[in-house]
Design a protein around this ligand. Structure first.
Ligand code: SAM
Length: 242
């Protein structure tokens, strides 16, 4: 047996032996750390539910860019199904991350990482109680899949919520271009990875958003809620001179 494999087994073993350092760490991760991360995510979804309910009628799509293991899609269903009749769209390569370009290079990103196939993804969301008739998957890498034809086939329905969770600058740029015709007053845009790249505004979703705002100055947004990880905005103007 390889040394690294043996080390891994011993580490896992220590995690179940009471009062070891590893046992205490695991207990903290499970009960505090992950709980905190999950609560923060729920805070975003519940804030959106409250906003969209108070500002009725906000109707349309829940569009998600980056669906992977269905955690956010399941949360969306859990918190939106009761008050809104939204249609759910999952845009993903379903093959994991694309080739990583220079601007996005970081140790954690690798081509093909974060892969969940369509079948497995649908199995997860079905398990969360979502009827498959309420969700559509749009498979493909965004620079290829987010075409004008696709937009035409989904319009004129607009977006109630746009959830962007695709990590990279190069992935976020085509997403932001694609969503323009789906914006309406009250559309909420969430950036799940706002603080990736150590919060550097010249990288990741922050950079893509700044460039998008500069290139489309007629679109107006106001800040909505944020957490230690995510940030979100409300669209308040989606047309020139309105
Ligand atoms: C962090 S994961 C999303 C996690 C997901 N929201 C969840 O709750 O499980 C990032 C996802 O973005 C997708 N992705 C990233 N860049 C992409 C691109 N250029 N085209 C298509 N999918 C992309 C990956 O395939 C991956 O599923």
């Amino acid at each position: 047996m390889k040394n690294s494999k043996l080390k891994h087994i011993l580490f896992r073993l220590a995690e179940v032996i009471p009062f070891t350092k590893q046992f205490k760490a695991k207990r903290w991760v499970d009960s505090h750390y992950m709980n905190f991360a999950w609560k923060n995510m729920e805070y975003i979804f519940l804030s959106i539910a409250r906003f969209a309910h108070i500002n009725r009628p906000i109707d349309g799509y829940y569009m998600e860019f980056g669906s992977h293991e269905g955690r956010t899609m399941s949360l969306a269903w859990k918190h939106f199904q009761h008050l809104f009749n939204w249609e759910y769209l999952a845009f993903d390569s379903f093959e994991g991350l694309p080739e990583i370009q220079d601007i996005d290079k970081q140790e954690i990103w690798k081509k093909g990482k974060l892969k969940t196939g369509v079948k497995s993804f649908l199995k997860i969301v079905k398990k969360s109680g979502m009827p498959l008739s309420r969700i559509k998957t749009i498979k493909g890498f965004y620079d290829q899949s987010l075409t004008n034809e696709l937009a035409k086939s989904l319009l004129p329905k607009k977006a109630a919520v746009i959830y962007i969770d695709c990590d990279l600058y190069e992935s976020t740029v085509p997403v932001l271009k694609f969503i323009i015709p789906f914006l309406q007053k009250g559309t909420i845009i969430v950036f799940d990875d706002w603080n990736c790249f150590h919060g550097d505004p010249d990288h990741g979703e922050r950079r893509a958003w700044r460039e998008f705002l500069n290139n489309n100055s007629y679109l107006k947004f106001e800040p909505f809620v944020s957490t230690n990880e995510a940030n979100s905005f409300i669209c308040i103007q989606n047309k020139i001179n309105t």
